[in-house]
Design a protein around this ligand. Structure first.
Ligand code: AMP
Length: 408
């Protein structure tokens, strides 16, 4: 996880995104207005904080980063900065749900947002950044799905077409979907209800309804993706689960995986969100990549790297009571940048060495009578060799031996 967080931060910096930290909780209205009230994230998954009766405020843990970042953009006057403002954040998100494989109540996202650029070139740049993240993480086989979900000009006619379609199928709809049909028909398209799979197969496609401007924008995104050589698959049923999206929407899956549960990342354009949260009309686009699921996908592909461990030295001694000597030597090794631990238990040398071997330590530094002459025993626990070295040369010896362990 730490490796993925570092990779995200390093890539975002290379692409010119500056870090931002928003609070882990916000007024509920930020999420309700931004994400939309008739969405799974707000209806079912918002982690509400029990209100304190005296202030009448309503708070919730952040379920996703975009609404909070856009709130900060508006509140802190970033509209006066040179546009687009490119921001990045990695951190925990919270969704109230029954925990299951790949679906946690707390999970981590690597997020970028470019606010103030209408695209379509920046859309492709952001999607290319997402693709590069997975590639650099070691996940070569991804399925990048792309769609345009239109805007305020063309979406109403599409929504009406969708409603008419679902009304004609009303008898086959689960009750939760029937209740949402009139207010939010798009939610039915990305419903997790198994019964919706067959119904949705024949639903009208947004791409048949796009207005001229949205169609031109979508063509522009695809042309720019082609120009930077990012492979993608058009998926006309992809709508993303949040209300604020307009035009470009994309989602990433490990290749061969199906179902919402396995999406390892997603993003899209939100040209109405800044205005919705109190700012001037300003376009924006971003993504959130799920680090927990990316790690699961890496493990499934056998590509999860075990972290490179420093060669550990354990400082042990013949005199169980001489903990100050052991602590001092270990402290000196650590001050020189080496990984070291002192055995501080008051126990016999044999037991100290056993513990070091069990731990998988590479070296034991053994303090004995020679210490009076400025010498220690250096045992290579893995090679099974031992030599007497001057205490003053210990760092040099350990560094050289540690290097040969790493490369040999
Ligand atoms: P979303 O905005 O819902 O598409 O979330 C973006 C990404 O975050 C998803 O593609 C997942 O990888 C990840 N994600 C969303 N919800 C969860 C969850 N409950 N547990 C783990 N990862 C999640």
């Amino acid at each position: 996880m730490a490796r993925l967080e570092r990779l995200g931060a390093e890539l975002a910096a290379r692409y010119g995104y500056r870090p931002i930290e928003t609070p882990m909780f916000e007024q509920t209205a930020v999420f309700e207005r931004g994400i939309g009230e008739v969405t799974d994230v707000v209806e079912k998954e918002l982690f509400r904080i029990a209100p304190r009766s005296e202030d009448g405020e309503s708070w919730a843990l952040r379920p996703e980063p975009t609404a909070g970042i856009v709130r900060a953009y508006v509140q802190h006057g970033m509209q006066t900065w040179p546009q687009p403002v490119k921001l990045t954040m990695t951190g925990p998100m919270f969704r109230y749900d029954r925990p299951q494989a790949g679906r946690y109540r707390q999970f981590s996202q690597f997020d970028v947002e470019a606010i103030g650029d209408a695209g379509p070139a920046i859309d492709a740049e952001i999607i290319e950044l997402a693709a590069r993240f997975y590639r650099d993480a070691g996940l070569a086989a991804i399925d990048l799905q792309l769609n345009s979900i239109g805007d305020a000009t063309c979406r109403p006619a599409y929504l009406e077409g969708l409603r008419a379609y679902y009304r004609s199928k009303i008898d086959g709809l689960p009750s939760v979907e029937r209740a949402r049909l009139e207010r939010s028909p798009l939610r039915l398209l990305d419903s997790k209800e198994p019964a919706m799979e067959a119904v949705n197969a024949d639903a009208p496609r947004i791409t048949d309804f796009l207005c001229t401007a949205c169609a031109a924008h979508f063509a522009g995104v695809r042309a720019h993706l082609d120009a930077v050589g990012v492979p993608y698959r058009l998926e006309p049923r992809l709508v993303r689960g949040l209300d604020y999206y307009t035009r470009t929407a994309f989602e990433v899956y490990p290749r061969g995986a199906a179902g919402q549960q396995s999406a390892i990342g997603g993003g899209g354009r939100y040209d109405g969100l800044v205005e919705l949260l109190g700012g001037r009309p300003t376009p924006g686009i971003g993504f959130g990549l799920g680090l927990d699921r990316t790690l699961l996908a890496l493990e499934a592909a056998g590509a999860a790297e075990t972290p490179e461990m420093h060669a550990l030295a354990v400082v042990v001694g013949a005199d169980p009571a001489a903990t100050a000597d052991r602590l001092r030597v270990a402290t000196e090794l650590r001050a020189s940048g080496l990984a070291a631990r002192a055995d501080l238990a008051n126990r016999k040398l044999g037991r100290q060495l056993e513990a070091a071997a069990k731990e998988g330590a590479h070296f034991a530094v053994i303090l004995g009578d020679e210490l009076a002459d400025g010498q220690v025993q250096l045992r290579d626990l893995q090679a099974g060799t031992q030599q007497v070295v001057p205490a003053a040369d210990l760092v040099r010896h350990l560094t050289r031996a540690g290097d040969s362990h790493r490369h040999g």
